[in-house]
Design a protein around this ligand. Structure first.
Ligand code: RNT
Ligand code: ZN
Length: 414
């Protein structure tokens, strides 16, 4: 099947061997928080807050680091390609309780050891939600200086940890700041919170680290649950902020109006910034964080990375949390689907298509784009999985067995 597929693609000037090799080298950062519904390791962790929501109560959720590690390993074993791990600051590994503004690199050294052993780089996130100091719904843009200062200290602490990872792991750690700040109803002051956010961020980024160790990004959002009328960290705000401060933006494709497409935003940013980051997710009518599917917009996002040769400039991460299905299956489906999207994009003769666009031959461009859609992609995907020594279409049987042997026993002991 593969040999035949290879020939079919060759007719279009596409080298499947090259595509397979390249796909295996593009890192995709797996979000640790799909494993436990964004709960984290803090003792007495309260409910998830900040206008995001995990729905469902599928049995067997990871309750501690060992369970999360075991589940991650299970997931990784079924995902092809180069992987990273994306952590949140409330996944610190400590015996004593450590406040969010006091987290230190030492609280994350077990993660570093774990990741190093597996040849995986770590990315990191500030966690300004699910915490009493975020109870008002406002953090870095709060009118209360005590609240702002707490989260400034937190973000300074998390950047220090990311820089530490970057130094120790030999690749920069992506550090993302997303805040939940916003208002439920019509604001009386839109500028005030944004000026405060700007000043808080300036304070946070006044600490300088080597770009070889940390890549700083800010993540905007259109709205969250309970904060439908106003978001301090809007897209416009962060674009201007990042451009003027020499940092970068992160595009989460659940964070825009439903007809706005992140696939179209990537090139706008590539024309201005040398890097950008992604949270690939699936929003169903709102930022619902459903599992990533192999669907048009996801394919288009991958095409934008590949056709612009931007695989070293676009830092890819996944961000979704579904608790209504087997959490490992959720990880694996989403990660495999983004891998599929990358491989699919690598199997397109982008140079030829661009030439058709530039010469105004739109008829042939449309014809070719449509013909390409029915090439035997599945056979190349199967070959890629085999070379990566990852299960083919039967992978889910392994997850079912793991659910029976491991996850179900957890449910019984809770
Ligand atoms: C929330 C943002 C943010 C979070 C994670 C948990 O809308 O997408 O990235 O999902 O940090
Ligand atoms: Zn996100």
């Amino acid at each position: 099947m593969y040999e035949k597929a290879k020939e079919s693609y060759k007719k279009w000037g596409v080298d499947t061997e090259k595509a397979i090799k390249k796909c295996a080298a593009i890192p995709v950062s797996l979000h640790c928080w799909q494993g436990d519904d964004v709960t984290g390791f803090e003792k007495d962790a309260g409910p998830l807050s900040g206008g995001i929501q995990t729905t469902g109560n599928y049995p067997g959720k990871a309750r501690n680091k060992d369970e999360l590690w075991a589940d991650l390993e299970m997931a990784y074993s079924l995902i092809p390609g180069k992987k990273r791990i994306n952590l949140h600051a409330h996944y610190a590994i400590t015996d004593e309780a450590v406040e969010r503004d006091a987290v230190e690199p030492k609280h994350f050294t077990p993660w570093l050891t774990w990741a190093k052993k597996r040849g995986i780089g770590i990315d990191f996130n500030a966690t300004p939600f699910s915490h009493p100091m975020a109870g008002s719904g406002l953090t870095l843009s709060s009118p209360d200086k005590k609240v702002r200062d707490f989260w400034i200290r937190h973000c300074k602490a998390t950047r220090k940890i990311a820089a530490y990872f970057g130094e120790k792991q030999g690749s920069p750690s992506l550090h993302d700041i997303w805040i939940p700040d916003g208002l439920k109803d019509v604001p009386a002051d839109r500028l005030g919170p944004r000026e405060r956010l700007r000043d808080s961020l300036d304070e946070i980024y006044s600490v300088k680290y080597s770009k070889d160790h940390i890549i700083d990004v800010v993540e905007s959002k259109v709205f969250g649950i309970g904060v439908e009328s106003y978001t301090s960290g809007s897209s416009d705000f962060y674009l201007g902020y990042a451009a003027s401060r020499g940092i970068y933006v992160l595009l989460d494709n659940g964070h825009y109006h439903p007809t706005e497409l992140v696939s179209d935003k990537i090139s706008s940013l590539l024309a201005i910034f040398d890097k950008l980051a992604l949270h690939v997710t699936r929003s169903v009518r709102w930022d619902s964080d459903h599992v990533v599917l192999f669907e048009d917009e996801v394919k288009e996002i991958a095409k934008e990375i590949i056709r612009n040769k931007a695989e070293n400039r676009v830092l890819i991460g996944l961000d979704y949390f579904d608790a209504s299905i087997n959490r490992i299956a959720a990880w694996v489906v989403g990660a495999r689907n983004f891998q599929k999207a990358l491989l699919n994009a690598l199997l397109i003769p982008h140079g030829d298509l661009k030439k058709l666009q530039d010469s105004g031959n739109y008829s042939k461009l449309m014809v070719m784009q449509e013909e390409l859609k029915t090439l035997p992609f599945g056979a190349v995907w199967d070959e890629y999985l085999a070379r990566q020594k990852v299960s083919g279409a039967d992978w889910f049987a392994k997850v079912e067995k793991y659910e029976k042997d491991v996850l179900r026993t957890r449910a019984e002991t809770t």
